[in-house]
Design a protein around this ligand. Structure first.
Ligand code: ZN
Length: 439
């Protein structure tokens, strides 16, 4: 069975390579810039908005002094960018952390094919990345395997008419208050992965956690407790068109795939497209930019539909996580400003619990805080809206592994460790939230 799976996988992949031309990143380099003062940060941030014109792409969204900033550079821009960094104006030092991004992508594809799965259950390899059709089939399999807990739902169709397919976990037990008395209404949780297409570890981690909840229900008392205490709505891949595109055309695509006012540039940043202080800062009206906010709030059908779904469920939703990678951050609103919301301490104390429990598993260090102060201002982002408009107090933006050794190209052997530690962090956060909403 396992052997057949991999033979089939290998053949399909071979066919797949013939049909599509995946964008080549041969000789592209990843540099790590070491910025030491705020003037350099500001100048670099300004430059990041025009960098695409030279095929220079900022992998980091975090612009702070003394925190490394990772940038990919096309071969033709390597000399000019080096000159720019060493100019009297900038004087920014850097290290080359990947000499050839294309070679890293190719090597990983080969390892992925040759390395058999060691975590194979219910017809699914939990230590592998999967294309969108396999993730959709996995949802069906979960519903079939765990019929008393799992159902599927859809939030609608994407721009390219793909189903935005989700999974709901709900047991028939009544939730209880901390003193054991039943509550009137069970509260709900929303998790999504893959809002940014290239951040493959985020769908993979969400899938791992969902399977852990389903397969350990009635076996592990902690998991059983939290499955009984909340309903869970999970959208493993938010940006389905972008995610599909990373498998067929461009491994490092970030945005949606909608047409824009510029015939050469596609997609908006779905994490800058929400109708809450939309496009005020840390987002642009330039459709060719990676942080293009879209032609209007909710111009992207994917964000509009998730917002609509949440709007019809927000009487029960108390907790939202928007999973990203990379940088290892557990963040709370606001993103549109560096100011903190009035409930910041209530939210961030939950992050502290999550980060502490996460670290206890493998020692992985996460930083927590408000988005504006932790990375940079990013307006129109998801959790500002879920918190500010939908009133989901416990709204978090989580940046998963790593801190830049592989960045978006995180190897598959880190999927299960990321799943395990993130689950531990999330269970600690659920315990914290339970104490607040069922007090
Ligand atoms: Zn992201």
């Amino acid at each position: 069975m396992l052997v057949h799976y991999f033979v089939a996988f290998f053949l399909l992949s071979a066919i797949h390579l013939n049909v599509y031309a995946l964008k080549s990143y041969s000789q592209y380099q990843l540099w790590r810039l070491n910025v030491t003062n705020n003037e350099q940060v500001a100048k670099l941030h300004d430059f990041s908005r025009i960098a695409y014109q030279q095929n220079i792409n900022f992998w980091s969204e975090r612009f702070r002094k003394n925190i490394p900033i990772d940038v990919s550079i096309a071969p033709e821009s390597i000399n000019s960018f080096a000159k720019f960094l060493s100019s009297d104006d900038m004087k920014i030092q850097y290290d080359v952390i990947m000499k050839d991004i294309g070679a890293v992508i190719e090597r990983q594809k080969l390892i992925d094919k040759l390395q058999p799965s060691s975590v194979y259950a219910d017809d699914f390899a939990y230590d592998k990345y999967h294309p969108i059709n396999e993730i959709d089939a996995w949802i069906d399999k979960m519903v079939q395997t765990y019929p008393t807990l799992a159902t599927s739902f859809t939030v609608g169709k994407s721009y390219e008419k793909r189903e935005m397919k989700g999974l709901k976990i709900s047991s028939n037990k009544t939730a209880v208050k901390l003193d054991g008395t039943p509550v009137n209404e069970k509260k709900a949780v929303w998790w999504d992965g893959g809002i940014h297409a290239r951040e493959w570890i985020s769908p993979a981690t969400v899938i791992y956690i969902v399977h852990a909840l389903l397969s350990n229900y009635s076996k592990n008392p902690i998991i059983t407790h939290f499955v009984d205490q909340f309903d869970y709505y999970i959208l493993p891949v938010f940006n389905v068109d972008g995610y599909a595109y990373t498998w067929t055309n461009d491994r490092l695509w970030r945005k949606t795939r909608s047409k824009t006012s510029d015939p050469n540039c596609f997609g908006a940043d779905p994490n800058r497209n929400w109708d809450y202080h939309w496009c005020e800062g840390g987002a642009t009206h330039d459709p060719c930019d990676e942080i293009y906010c879209g032609s209007k709030p909710f111009s992207e059908i994917e964000t509009a539909q998730v917002a609509k779904f949440i709007g019809t469920h927000n009487s029960t939703l108390v907790h939202y996580i928007n999973f990203h990678s990379y940088s290892q951050l557990w963040m709370t609103p606001w993103g549109y400003t560096t100011k903190k919301p009035v409930q910041f301490k209530l939210q961030d104390d939950g992050s502290a619990k999550a980060v502490q429990a996460l670290r206890a598993v493998f020692g992985t260090e996460y930083v927590h805080g408000n988005i504006g102060a932790t990375i940079y201002v990013a307006s129109g982002n998801t959790v500002d809206w879920t918190s500010g408009t939908a009133n989901i107090t416990f709204s978090y933006a989580v940046e998963l592994r790593d801190t830049g050794e592989y960045g978006f190209l995180l190897p598959e052997d880190q999927i299960v460790p990321s799943g395990k530690e993130t689950l531990a962090g999330e269970l600690a956060l659920l315990k914290y939230i339970e104490g607040k909403v069922y007090a």
